[in-house]
Each structure stands twice: as structure tokens, then as C-alpha cells.
Ligand binder design. Sequence first.
Ligand code: C5P
Length: 218
Amino acid sequence: MTPPRIINIIVAAGSGSRFGAEIPKQFCRLTDSTVLLHAVRRIENALPGSHTVVVLSPQWAGQAGDRCIAPGGPTRWHSVKNALDACADIPADIITVHDGARPLPSSAMIRRVITACSSHHGAIPVIPVTDSLRHIDGHAVNRAEFRAVQTPQAFRADLLHRAYSLPYSDTFTDDASVMSAAGFSDIALTEGDPMNLKITLPLDLEIAKLYITHGAGH
Ligand code: C5P
């Protein structure tokens, strides 16, 4: 069987207001590189022969090396949409979408979403919730019924383009929610990785450094 043709969209056009630094979190130094370049290299190394598009605000255009870039939009949805438009003419079977603020996806985890995507509309990595959960109206909920969703998420390329041709809604939280709203709800849940953290607060950078020192998730 011929391997699927894969495009990777790495979104890195957020301003990261919760992080509180002058530099957006995805461009902060992490060991010998930046958070973003760790993410990009791990995806490329796990999927040799794939094509990568990095979404950046124009003033940060130099942060992706010599890779293809697309301009960021006002929300994550608009940023993904810009990347899809930029790669509309490139033949692809599967499109992955990954947060540039998640520097440590393991290759095993990346390959799991690709494998599951071949028999579903898409696949998303999830991890169990370890904290107790409570609805904001005060009632307790059963955490065993919930999963926290990570990236990279992988989708059939034709269906993702169709889902993103529909209008924007502020209820979209990730690409799987855009697919489901378009009627493509056969989304497989694959095993995520607790070390695939999203850098949100300055302390997360120190945690990521520790994970790398301990050989996390290659
Ligand atoms: O803000 P949050 O961490 O949830 O953003 C998730 C990812 O989406 C980040 O990698 C961020 O850079 C990206 N993003 C984007 N364009 C936006 C907002 C967020 O590329 N307008």
C-alpha cells in the first residue's frame, strides 16, 4: 500500500496573553532551539516525506526557518483556514493540525493519529483527566466520562477542506469540533501523552526542559 500524502499545519500565530512575556510563548527558547521548532521537527521527523505549513503573524515570519508559511488570523480557526487556503493545490490524503505551543509530541503518538485516520474521518489524541471535575453551576461530574484533547489532530484532507469552507462559529474549540459541526463526526480517540504539554505559563517551560532532560517522548 502506498503511504498517505500528508500535510502538517502548525499553528503559531497566537499572542499567548496568559504567558505574560514579551515574546509569544511559542518562540521562547527551549534547550537548544525554540518551542515552535521543537514541535515542527518532531512532526517532520515522525512523518518523513510530509509537507509542513507554519502559520505565523507576519512580524514573526523568520521563526519557521525556510518552511512554507501562512499568515495568522484573529482566531485559531482563521489561522487554520489561512493555512488550508495556502495549501489547497498540494495533493494530500491526510492533514494534521498541531499547536506550535506543544513542543513535545512523541513520534509514537503522531503515528497513532495517522494510522487511526485511515479508517475514520479523523483522529485526535486524548488523555484521562486526573483532577476531579465540577460544572461551573456547581454540580459534580464523573471525570471517567471525560478526556482532555491534545494535538496533533489528523483528518481526511478532503473532509477538512469541506468543514473549513463552512462559516466560523465561536463554539469551535479545535479542528475536531469544526469537523463534527460539518457532519464528519467519526473521529477516533487515540492515546495521547501527558508529556505533550501545551506551554501556557512560564513554569511549563521549566517542566518541558525537565521532560527533555529525561528523554521525553521521542
Ligand atoms: O491560545 P492557545 O494556546 O489555545 O492557542 C493554541 C494554538 O493556536 C497556539 O499554538 C497558538 O499560537 C495558535 N493560534 C493561532 N492563531 C490565533 C490564535 C491561536 O495560530 N489567532
